[in-house]
Design a protein around this ligand. Sequence first.
Ligand SMILES: NC(=O)c1ccc[n+]([C@@H]2O[C@H](COP(=O)([O-])OP(=O)(O)OC[C@H]3O[C@@H](n4cnc5c(N)ncnc54)[C@H](OP(=O)(O)O)[C@@H]3O)[C@@H](O)[C@H]2O)c1
Length: 281
Amino acid sequence: MSLSITSTLPLNDGRTIPLFGLGTFLSEAGSPTRDAVLWALEAGYRHIDTARIYGNEQDVGTAIRESGLPRSEVYLTTKVWNDDQGYDSTLRACDESLKRLGMDYVDLYLVHWPVPDLRNETWKALVELQRTGRARSIGVSNFMIKHLDELLNTTDVVPAVNQVEISPFIQRKELTAYCRDKGIVVESYSTLGRGQRTDDERLAGVGEPYGKTPAQVALRWALQSDIVIIPKSVRKERILENAALFDFELTDADMEVIAGFDENASVMPPTWDPETSDKWR
Ligand SMILES: NC(=O)c1ccc[n+]([C@@H]2O[C@H](COP(=O)([O-])OP(=O)(O)OC[C@H]3O[C@@H](n4cnc5c(N)ncnc54)[C@H](OP(=O)(O)O)[C@@H]3O)[C@@H](O)[C@H]2O)c1
């Protein structure tokens, strides 16, 4: 499988998404975010993931401009936060995000979490945002099968992407199969178990023959599963480490071994669990 740092997957709206990018959750506003995005773009990353709730959209936008890269070469995602959900408020929230980013469009706008009672209205706003060019592609995040089933009964516009927690330790095979069947690209967050799994001995064992770290094995496993990844770091050496994924390939046997690591182990708090939480009801 020949993958590069700029490999893309096709989306159901005729566009594409880079398989590999940088996450920015918990990247502090100001120079930590700006430096991380600049280092990443220097290292060849061409995809940045942010969200209104991360509080760093302005710094992401500044760094993309400072990089000197044409806007069209950087794939940028942001998300509508839960307290902005609903039709009019989502349209406003997107405009405010664009203002903070200093951009006139984002490549991908996501419904951050499936807020009960509001999520389907929010989706209608995303359809409008795509129609008017403010979002080139639109998708969802943290949507489980029941949320997608419900949404697809209310709309003809199938989300291009579903961004969910996936790592070797929470593989969500049923959800990923469902998404593929519906033409929805799966994007993984917390692929490194939010840094809690980067010294895992079993991943280290798989990486040893290739001279690769547990983080690199987890990330490469996702790539070879056709899952978009956005590992987050604000440290230059890790930004480089997390991008050094394109000079080795896991074998089918390695992929089988990692398939056995699935233990449905989330790093998110229970209030975030979209299957069970009603925190935002
Ligand atoms: N849609 C959603 O609901 C949602 C939820 C969570 C995350 N996300 C998105 O997905 C991105 C990635 O997920 P995440 O930030 O939760 O977790 P992650 O990428 O799995 O892990 C990030 C953590 O691991 C550390 N780290 C990074 N590379 C490492 C390496 N090579 N070795 C050891 N430690 C390393 C980072 O610390 P340093 O920064 O100090 O290096 C940070 O603490 C987020 O940043 C965000 O953009 C979306």
